[in-house]
Design a binder for this molecule. Structure first.
Ligand code: HEC
Ligand SMILES: [Cu+2]
Length: 378
């Protein structure tokens, strides 16, 4: 409306009619539907959806073996809980504001919409200091609360006490798999890392190629893993279990297949795992396994893969010393099994197009033997 109270030219009677027809109870019904849909969406996301799929859910991740779903609202680490608590507080705050705004809108639609036969111009009001102060101060306070809580949470999550004595784990992003190193235990492994429960762990992330992003939704916040740089997140798991993680920054064709598992264990079990991981790969226990080992060394595998305790010391691909004990193959494209190892080696490109491993056109018996050897590397 222009200052003299008349409709500006260009807004014909048609527009006016539309506005009028949206007044009154019809407008309120529309608002109610909007509020209900928004609330339903929020409830869905926070109770059953991607954010918090319940612990009983069996939602599998890709075709790999299913573990707990990616559920940042089911924190299993005090840092993840700090973050989800902040989320709930801000959600509640926004929820209250949302419903007050909807309520105010509804009241206004009913009270001030055009009534039939009421053709005189409404009272024109310009400026109201009290209302203006209120609608500046109240949002400022709400935002200030969110800001202070966010800063407190960021501090708690990024600079925990006793950080210097944390167990150091390195997570290195590769196209398209994660390498894990635990220098204290001389562990070098891939796509599955074990962690001790109730222990502060410092994950030092980096990348050898492009920007990846490291996240175990139930255990830590997201952090970019960038080349030539080291970024840090902390984990302090409060229960044992298997927690899925993945890459959260688009990093090329197989970005979605950079999944991994964090297995949180009691300190004793964790140390047993670490000792085994650091140790040599099993020597072949059968004739077939021995044949498989010679196939491994007659092909170019050793130039890209390491098997502890053997001359194989390539670093372009995952360390295979204990590959048979892992949850999946190549970031989860296939569940771990002898048969699937065979499939993978024969033609990785079928499962992970663009993967930086060539196909190997081997004799059937050689392929069988090779898969038996790899699977025996537990
Ligand atoms: C040019 C380097 C290269 C060669 C040669 C190579 N690989 Fe690979 N390999 C890779 C890369 C890179 C990956 C990771 C692929 C991915 O997950 O995106 C991989 C993954 C694997 C995996 C899955 C490991 C895991 O942690 O899930 C197995 C098993 C494997 N290779 C076995 C072999 C065998 C056996 C040979 C020889 C017949 C071989 N590779 C030859 C580079 C290579
Ligand atoms: Cu990635």
């Amino acid at each position: 409306m222009s200052r003299d109270g008349r409709w500006k030219s260009g807004r014909g009677p048609c527009r006016e009619r539309t506005l009028r027809s949206l007044g009154g109870w019809r407008g309120v019904a529309l608002l109610a539907a909007f509020a209900a849909a928004t609330t339903a969406l929020a409830l869905m996301l926070t109770s059953h959806g991607a954010l918090a799929a319940g612990r009983n859910s069996t939602t599998p991740i890709g075709s790999g073996p299913s573990a707990a779903p990616l559920a940042p609202l089911h924190g299993a680490s005090r840092f993840a809980l700090d973050i989800s608590n902040l989320f709930w507080i801000i959600l509640a705050e926004s929820g209250v504001v949302f419903f007050l705004v909807i309520l105010a809108l509804a009241i206004n639609i009913v009270r001030f919409s055009h009534k039939p036969g009421q053709d005189d111009e409404p009272k024109q009001i310009y400026g109201n200091r009290r209302i203006e102060v209120a609608w500046t101060a109240i949002p400022a306070v709400i935002l200030l609360v969110a800001l202070v809580l966010t800063i407190v949470t960021m501090n708690a999550v990024n600079s925990p006490a006793h950080a210097a004595s944390a167990l150091k784990v390195e997570a290195i992003g590769h196209q398209w798999w994660w390498e894990f190193r635990i220098p204290k235990y001389h562990v070098v492994t891939a796509n599955e890392v074990h962690l001790p429960v109730h222990t502060l762990v410092q994950v030092d992330t980096t990348s050898v190629d492009v920007i990846h992003s490291f996240w175990i939704p139930q255990l830590d916040r997201q952090i970019d893993a960038t080349p030539n740089n080291h970024t840090i997140v902390y984990i302090d798991a409060d229960r044992t279990g298997t927690f899925p993680g993945a890459c959260y920054e688009f990093c090329g064709a197989d970005h979605a297949w950079m999944q991994f598992r964090a297995v949180v264990q009691t300190p004793a079990r964790f140390q047993a795992w670490a000792r085994r991981e650091a140790g040599a790969g099993a020597s072949p226990a059968s004739v077939q396994g021995a044949n498989g080992q010679s196939v491994f060394f007659s092909q170019s595998c050793a130039s890209c893969h390491t098997i502890n305790g053997t001359p194989a010391n390539g670093t372009a691909g995952p360390n295979l010393s204990h590959v048979g004990s892992r949850w999946g193959i190549a970031g989860g494209v296939l569940p771990m099994s002898e048969r699937n190892l065979e499939r993978w080696v024969r033609d990785p490109q079928i499962y992970k197009p663009g993967a930086l491993m060539p196909a190997f056109d081997l004799k059937k018996s050689d392929l069988h033997a090779l898969a038996a050897y790899l699977y025996s590397l537990k």
